[in-house]
Ligand binder design. Sequence first.
Ligand SMILES: [Zn+2]
Length: 94
Amino acid sequence: MYGTLGTFYCLARSGDVLLERDEGVLRPAGSGDRQFAYVQAARRFPRLGYLMPVRPQSAWTCDRCGGSGAVAINRAGSSVCCPDCNTRGWTVEL
Ligand SMILES: [Zn+2]
C-alpha cells in the first residue's frame, strides 16, 4: 500500500497493518506505524478515507507542517512525512 526508504506498509483486509523492513520479514505494526499507514492509505485511496484518524477537539494544527502532514526538504518541492504529527497534520497533548 505504501513504501518509504526501507519500509513497506501492507494493509490487510482485516485492517491490520504489517510492515516489511530491510530484513524482508512481515511484522505486525505498532500503534504509531499503524496510524501512519492509515493516514497514508486515506490520503492516497479515497475509498479508504474512513481510516483517517479522527481529530480530537483538543488537537491543534502541527506547527512543523502547518497541517499538511509533509515537510519540504528542498526548493524543488520534495517533501517528507512530518515526524512531529506522524503525517496527520495535527497533534495532541500526550
Ligand atoms: Zn506535522
